[in-house]
Ligand binder design. Structure first.
Ligand code: PMP
Ligand code: GLN
Length: 384
């Protein structure tokens, strides 16, 4: 492994899912639903396969049906206008969109600011792009995590090229509000920063609303907006994502994407095009269902003695293990399978400032109700 990647090894998600399988534990670690997405969307994928749509290389930017559906979705939910021909790029999940954006936009030595805790691929992709990671730590206060705008402002230097923003935020569940986003936008304009926003949880919001940063003044021309079908439609295995933005930015990301995967997931692109046109009832139902699951797991965690940060969005709960007399999330997660038959993720893996994340662990609640209830029961009976 070269020096840029030496520190990255195996992702925590693979490690923890393997631990769950090995110990027969309930896997609330890696975030993936245990129920597949809508039947009609699966049928659309089967139809595309049978009809021979997408079985050979699709067009580089994505099939026109999906690019148009993404553009229509951005208008329908966010009032954003993007040209499906030049301002939409289909990618192999949001993961590839993030990677391609960083590879395309960051010069070696450029500083990239990311909110800490940050999704694990960010650090590796910044490193692959030769960038320098500058974390700005979200602070836990009054039951939720907050972005300190002064800390963000202080993190910007003459070498800062890009801000990598994730809202709704994994793992804390924070959803940045209008005032905060307006301040971030003003800072980006003032300091002439590019912004890449990871909005994969855009439809998983329980409190407040998700607002794309690209919709704020001055941001359209400096923001790459990223999302994917994985979370919104519960098909994390399909790996269909997309990036939208100005023609220039999308062309840059497309250049990098061409040489990473070239294209991907032909038949699934047609199915996701249909998914994006599902009626509001689908999106409302998804949100209502996950909110109930959030409350179910949060109640269970509280009853088991954890401190709980109730997420405004995403399908993750961050829990404080200090009320249980523990301080090291890594050690806690490593022994949790044998103590309780449950797997969680230590938040410290998402931090540069390890001490800031040490006593927190993340549980996913995108699981069947009886699975969440059983996990809560097991945690309540946890061995010392
Ligand atoms: N960004 C964040 C914040 C995520 O939580 C995830 C899903 N684990 C991804 C990106 C990856 O999305 P995809 O599966 O579409 O590549
Ligand atoms: N995004 C999911 C999570 O945060 C899974 C990611 C992965 O397995 N790479 O758990």
């Amino acid at each position: 492994l070269n020096r840029r990647l030496a520190q990255f090894g195996t992702t925590i998600f693979a490690e923890m899912s393997a631990l769950a399988a090995r110990t027969g534990s309930i896997n609330l670690g890696q975030g993936f639903p245990d129920t597949d997405g809508p039947e009609e969307v699966r049928e659309a994928a089967v139809r595309a396969l049978r009809d021979g749509r997408g079985n050979q290389y699709p067009p580089g930017p994505g099939v026109p049906e999906l690019r148009t559906a993404v553009a229509d979705h951005q208008r329908r939910f966010h009032g954003l206008d993007v040209d499906p021909d030049t301002e939409v790029l289909v990618t192999a999940g949001a993961t590839e969109a993030v990677a391609a954006a960083l590879l395309a936009l960051v010069e070696p030595g450029d500083e990239v600011i990311a909110l800490e805790p940050y999704y694990d691929s960010y650090a590796a992709c910044i490193a692959m792009a030769g960038g320098v990671r500058v974390p700005v730590t979200l602070r836990p206060r009054d039951g939720s995590y907050h972005l300190d705008l002064d800390e963000l402002r202080d993190a910007v230097t003459p070498r800062t090229r890009l801000l990598l923003l994730n809202t709704p935020h994994n793992p804390t569940g924070t959803v940045l509000g209008r005032d905060q986003l307006a301040a971030v936008a003003a800072l980006a304009v003032e300091r002439d920063l590019l912004v890449v926003t990871d909005e994969v949880y855009e439809h998983l919001v329980f409190e407040g609303e998700h607002l794309p940063l690209a919709s704020f003044p001055g941001m359209r021309e400096r923001t790459v907006t990223i999302s994917s079908a994985g979370k919104t439609f519960a098909f994390t295995g399909w790996k269909v994502g997309w990036a939208t933005g100005s023609r220039e930015l999308v062309a840059a990301v497309r250049t990098a994407k061409q040489y990473l995967t070239f294209v991907s997931a032909g038949p699934f692109q047609y199915a996701v095009a249909e998914a994006l046109r599902l009626p509001d009832a689908y999106f409302d139902g998804l949100r209502a269902d996950l909110r109930r699951k959030r409350d179910l797991l949060a109640d269970g965690l509280r009853a088991a003695g954890f401190g709980v940060y109730l997420p405004q969005g995403t399908y993750f709960v961050t829990a404080d293990i200090r009320p249980l007399g523990a301080t090291d999330g890594f050690a806690f997660c490593r022994t949790l399978p044998e103590r309780a038959g449950v797997v969680a993720i230590p938040n410290a893996v998402f931090y540069d400032h390890q001490e800031a994340g040490a006593p927190f662990v993340r549980f996913a609640f995108c699981k069947k109700d009886d699975v969440l209830t059983e996990a809560a029961d097991r945690l309540a009976r946890m061995a010392p």
